[in-house]
Design a protein around this ligand. Structure first.
Ligand SMILES: Cc1ncc(COP(=O)(O)O)c(C=O)c1O
Length: 312
């Protein structure tokens, strides 16, 4: 796999997109990344980038936390990504990894103004097989606090927290980790947001419980309210509420909507995928494949030719 990527303001094969071992971001975690999916729909013959503008807007805002500058506008970055899809002649589902970073190659934590960014698209299928539901376990690691490393900023170094949690969960036999905050409330999964169905409402932790403010989370909240008339509540969730819930699921660009059928070795609801999770999963699938007119504005068709706005 050697797709064409955007690196150092040029289109190059992935094998040539390499950094120096002393790069600030590699040593100190000073990068900010994104993850964007593209779904290929055979019938329509096009590859749809999902909420790419929102992802690039979030990326540029998040970069501000580390004072990393990305000169192109979010709209130009969407067009660059569509152009990359065409150059690679992708006719498959893909994942796009934009990454911006402190690029100086030297010793010393003090940041300077040397910044770089890359956009890397790769063919990509399911991140996790959730067709029959997955298991999750609350891990002993706590979610990073906003005043230590802001989790909402998608900073590379912050993902050590997610790596430790995933490693613990997998070694303990679970498919995914659930993080608690330092105050003991549910925060999110290692790479995904968290939802609970309880007393007929869809409940999810608030943005202030150290979560990443997920774009899939926002999409699912919109679908639940508009298409199912569900009341969506953002509030803190206690651990024991999980065991008493009717349904639980994760959302995220990579995991999509992953129903959780077992938590900490306890069955959730009927022990099978529940009706709300199933319906929302299908709605999300249809919306992101361009099959729901009402949500077409979420999508950028990549194969419709458009002018390249960034030089190369
Ligand atoms: C820690 C964390 N939470 C939640 C999410 C889900 O966010 P989104 O739906 O924007 O992909 C991600 C994935 O990017 C993540 O890394």
């Amino acid at each position: 796999m050697n797709p064409i990527v955007w690196f150092n303001n040029r289109f190059v094969p992935l094998s040539e997109a390499n950094v120096n071992i002393l790069t600030h971001a590699l040593n100190y975690g000073t990068g900010v990344f994104e993850g964007i999916r593209g779904y290929f729909d055979e019938k329509q013959g096009d590859l749809f980038l999902v909420r790419a503008l929102e992802h690039y807007e979030r990326w540029k805002r998040n970069c501000g936390v580390l004072r990393i500058a990305i000169p192109p506008s979010a709209a130009d970055l969407v067009e660059l990504t569509a152009d990359l899809c065409r150059r690679n002649e992708f006719h498959t589902d893909i994942y796009v990894r934009p990454i911006a970073y402190k690029s100086a190659a030297r010793i010393g934590v003090a940041p300077d103004d040397q910044d770089a960014y890359a956009v890397v698209p790769v063919p990509f299928g399911a991140y996790i097989d959730s067709r029959r539901g997955i298991s999750a376990g609350v891990v002993s690691w706590r979610r990073i606090e906003d005043n230590a490393i802001p989790g909402r900023a998608k900073i590379c170094g912050a993902y050590v927290n997610s790596v430790l949690a995933t490693d613990e969960a997998r070694r303990n036999g679970f498919d995914e980790a659930i993080f608690l905050t330092e105050s003991g409330h549910i925060a999110e999964g290692a790479t995904c947001n968290f939802f609970m169905v309880r007393h007929g409402k869809l409940v999810t932790p608030p943005a202030t419980d150290n979560i990443l403010e997920g774009i899939t989370r926002a999409s699912i909240m919109e679908l639940a309210a508009n298409e199912m008339g569900l009341e969506v509540v953002e509030r803190s969730i206690d651990r024991s509420e999980l065991y008493m819930s009717d349904e639980l699921f994760f959302t995220g660009t990579a995991v999509e909507l992953a129903p959780i059928i077992e938590v900490d070795h306890r069955s959730i609801g009927s022990g099978r995928i529940g009706p709300v999770s199933a319906k929302l999963k299908n709605l999300y699938l249809d919306a992101t494949r361009g099959r729901l007119v009402r949500y077409r504005h979420w999508l950028t068709p990549a194969h419709v030719p458009a002018p390249v706005l960034i030089g190369g």
